[in-house]
Write a protein that binds this ligand. Structure first.
Ligand code: PHE
Length: 461
């Protein structure tokens, strides 16, 4: 894909050199902070086992259908989201559908990089041998409320992603992540086994794996759905763009299953590292379980510190998380850059500078929202949490809805089936139809309505 660097992306015609290049890029985009940081805290907060169950069902039905649709649309049109939507006509809703897909990554990248900055700080502190000082609540809280230090870490992370994009070393990074990812799995496995065997941890394993229907709420579904989109990098043009680079003989169905298994496997492992540890170290205190975005940054250091060589394990672990986050940020950066260069007819470098500036501005607002601007609340949320909510709970259902409409009303199921069948058997075709035509649009609208109603305080979910 790197040969495209200096071209306007609408003219990009190069394909991935092989299936493995595609899988690496998609898995690199999918596996990131969403799996290691976001999934465990949402699972802890929204019901444990019941959240996991709902998540798995959604992933195998909605997730599957969405990946197949996006990849097929991308491969069939050879374009990124706006171009792909409008290649079926210039009706207003098609334009809108393309745009909303394209805008989401531009809004996610800034706050994603803020969390990436937190990871940078943890890498740095572990490398300096501060494992002991990091374990405990105070370190994290005083860090994120210190706007200057958080800002510096955030800038380091954004610049790293920017550098990869302009220097065109993306393939190198993807090759590195081929080594990093398996290592991350091994280290996560060791830590998960360690967490699960602490006294009192079994309750946590049970809480995370065994569904308890009493913990179910509408919010479980809303959060699980948002997380599924986020984790698989769905409904934001990324898979359309990557699909446009895919060769006609690559098996879409098989690739989809592989990415789903890998992505979900890592999320579950992260849950097993973190949730049992909360029970072992704090007795399953509800306030800790519901801690939200801080959960990983508070629980894991406690675990590492108690393991013995905390500094070594902490350094290696957070470095791997850094790489996983970087590959995801690169996909966000890449898609945003492609959209800007395509729409404003600018060259790649200038477009990536625009993405950088927007990220710096919006990201800084998110950093300050936890620090010197902590009095700013948007619908009761801090700035970073608001961006997360806006993109995942409001915009993504809309964007996914438009993808379903594009498939059912314009391309038609036969069109999609023909594209998928070029290389796959399309065994799950009946399920794909049912989900895309009836179940998904209905559910997406319910989820959107309940997100809006709860933000406005009309219902409590
Ligand atoms: N899927 C990535 C993760 O799990 C995050 C991401 C979201 C990446 C959206 C690209 C687009 O961390």
């Amino acid at each position: 894909m790197d040969n495209n660097n200096n071209e306007n992306s609408s003219k990009q015609k190069t394909t991935f050199t092989g299936n493995i290049g595609y899988i690496l890029a998609v898995a690199g985009s999918a596996v990131g902070l969403g799996n290691i940081w976001r999934f465990p805290y949402l699972a802890a907060k929204y019901g444990g086992g019941i959240f996991l169950l709902v998540y798995l069902i959604l992933m195998l039905t909605f997730g599957y259908a969405m990946i197949v649709s996006e990849t097929a649309i991308g491969r069939m049109t050879g374009k990124s989201p706006i171009g792909a939507f409008t290649s079926f006509g210039d009706r207003k809703w098609l334009k809108f559908g393309g745009w909303i897909n394209a805008v989401i990554p531009i809004l996610i990248l800034p706050y994603y990089s803020v969390i990436g900055g937190w990871v940078v700080r943890y890498c740095f502190e572990y490398l300096r041998g501060n494992s002991h000082a990091i374990a405990g609540d105070e370190f994290f809280v005083s860090f994120i409320t210190d706007s200057l230090v958080s800002e510096i870490c955030f800038i380091v992370f954004v610049l790293a992603a920017f550098f990869v994009i302009v220097a065109g070393v993306k393939n190198g990074i993807e090759a590195v992540s081929k080594i990093i990812m398996p290592l991350l799995v091994i280290l996560a496995l060791i830590t998960a086994v360690y967490s699960m065997t602490r006294p009192g941890a079994l309750e946590g394993v049970k809480y995370f794996l065994v569904p308890n229907f009493r913990d179910f709420s509408l919010m479980t579904v809303v959060a699980a759905m948002g997380q599924m989109f986020y984790s698989l990098s769905l409904a934001m043009g990324i898979l359309i763009t990557y699909g446009s680079y895919l060769k006609k003989d690559s098996d879409i169905e098989k690739n989809t299953s592989r990415v789903e298994i890998f992505d979900t496997g890592i999320a579950i492992l992260a849950g097993l590292m973190i949730i049992p540890a909360v029970f072992a170290f704090t007795g399953g205190d509800m306030a800790t379980l519901k801690a939200g975005p801080s959960l990983m940054f508070i629980t894991l250091p406690t675990v590492f510190d108690s393991m013995g060589f905390g500094n070594i394990i902490g350094s290696v672990f957070f470095l791997m998380v850094f790489f996983a986050a970087l590959t995801s940020a690169i996909s966000l950066f890449e898609t945003s850059t492609a959209t800007i260069s395509e729409q404003l007819k600018l060259n790649r470098t200038l477009s990536s500078v625009i993405v950088l500036v927007v990220s710096l501005l919006l990201g800084t607002a998110s950093v300050f929202g936890y620090g010197i601007w902590d009095y700013v609340k948007i619908f009761g949320m801090q700035i970073l949490d608001f961006f997360d909510f806006l993109t995942n709970s409001l915009m993504m259902p809309i964007s996914a809805f438009f993808i379903c409409m594009l498939v059912t009303k314009v391309i038609g199921f036969d069109g999609i089936a023909k594209e998928v069948r070029l290389s796959s058997q399309f065994r799950r075709q009946p399920m794909y139809y049912a989900v895309t035509k009836y179940i998904a649009p209905f559910f997406l609208m319910i989820i959107l309505a309940s997100s809006i109603a709860s933000t406005l305080g009309l219902i409590t979910i």
